[in-house]
Design a protein around this ligand. Sequence first.
Ligand code: SF4
Ligand code: SF4
Length: 96
Amino acid sequence: MPKDMTFEKTMEAMSKMSPEEMKNTIAELTKMCICGKCPSYKGTGEKRLLFCATGKSTLIKNEKGCLCPTCPVTEKIGLRWIYYCTKGSGKEQSGM
Ligand code: SF4
Ligand code: SF4
């Protein structure tokens, strides 16, 4: 097990949320997502955000840099990975 389990704790807390709380949390995190400014995102026609929670993009194929380490969502929910749009959500990359 990794030493820093913040992300795993976040996932556990989110799994106990009501659908309403979950919807509000996703909306709040989506507002913080900075994927729209990312070189891998721009020009792909992608409109979705929050790949760290929702999983891979079907449109982003080329990894031209990833802004996730500087995104406030990374710290807020304890993410430890990058390239969620091409490699999968935090949950997927954590192997949970
Ligand atoms: S960590 Fe990356 S995918 Fe997740 S909200 Fe931030 S910029 Fe978007
Ligand atoms: S997940 Fe990372 S690489 Fe993909 S669009 Fe967001 S910031 Fe860019």
